[in-house]
Design a binder for this molecule. Structure first.
Ligand code: XBP
Ligand code: MG
Length: 252
């Protein structure tokens, strides 16, 4: 019989709603600091989220939405990398200021699964220091040790929707996909986790609620709390009203 051993969490959009009020704002701050007149509105950012990875997203913007832009440097890759470093500085400062809370149920579920002895990992396309800043400023510095693998950013060349980041996390944990569950919030995320053969629970957010989650095991509006039931958007929640270890064991 297959038993549940580990949970692998995406970060952006899943642990916290970081994109609209965190990453987007930090990109705009970096553009302003660099003397660029680029401004990513909430609506434009929703379209830019089609591409994962901040450097890749800037490139996608230049190739598709600001084709007349001239960069103040001949070395485009180098310029984008520097711009992205500035963005990361602003993003981590926003997190330090407590700008982005965890999503409903995240802290409770992490506490419960740790009590139950389940293993934890992270698989995300965001820059490693961003993960550290989010965990430290929401759950405390010790939470970095709760996750035995933090697979993040450029650690694999092919970002989501490629399966590589999940494959990497599974390999580091020495576990087969069928003993783990993934948590995601977006189409690129579930394409990645599904291609790594992981059953996936999706908690949608404002940017992703219209995405195609037909590959998900369960689709919810959030993880829920004992006094705040989730809404089931697709799949069988076995009569539960919030995600707990008991429910997770029925999904594997
Ligand atoms: C998150 C991303 C990241 C962040 C920005 O996707 O695509 O690129 O938006 O972070 P996922 P960086 O939730 O699927 O991991 O600028 O550090 O790349
Ligand atoms: Mg995500």
């Amino acid at each position: 019989m297959t038993t549940l051993q580990a949970l692998i969490f995406d970060v952006d959009g899943t642990l916290a709603d970081t994109e609209r009020d965190g990453h987007r704002v930090a990109f705009n701050m970096a553009f302003a600091e660099s003397g660029l007149d680029w401004e990513w509105s909430e609506a434009l950012y929703g379209k830019l989220l089609a591409v994962t990875g901040g450097k890749e997203r800037i490139r996608h913007y230049l190739d598709n939405y600001n084709t007349d832009a001239t960069l103040p440097s001949d070395d485009e890759a180098d310029y984008i990398a520097e711009l992205h470093k500035t963005k990361t500085k602003h993003y981590t400062q926003l997190l330090e200021q407590g700008a982005i809370p965890l999503r409903t149920g995240v802290r409770r579920l992490l506490d419960e699964v740790r009590q139950a002895g389940l293993r934890l990992a992270i698989a995300t396309t965001t820059t490693p220091v961003n993960v550290e800043a989010l965990l430290t400023h929401t759950l405390g510095a010790e939470s970095m040790d709760w996750f035995e693998v933090i697979a993040a950013g450029d650690i694999v060349p092919a970002k989501k929707p490629a399966p590589d980041i999940y494959d990497y996390a599974l390999e580091k944990m020495g576990l087969p996909a069928d003993q783990c569950l993934a948590f995601e919030d977006s189409l690129n995320g579930i394409l990645s986790s599904s291609a790594a053969n992981l059953k996936t629970i999706v908690t949608v957010n404002g940017y992703t609620k219209e995405d195609d989650f037909s590959q998900a095991t369960l689709v919810l509006d959030n993880l829920g709390e004992p006094d705040k039931a989730f809404n089931v958007l697709a799949g069988d929640a076995a009569g539960a009203s919030f995600v707990n270890v008991e429910l997770l064991k029925t999904l594997i």
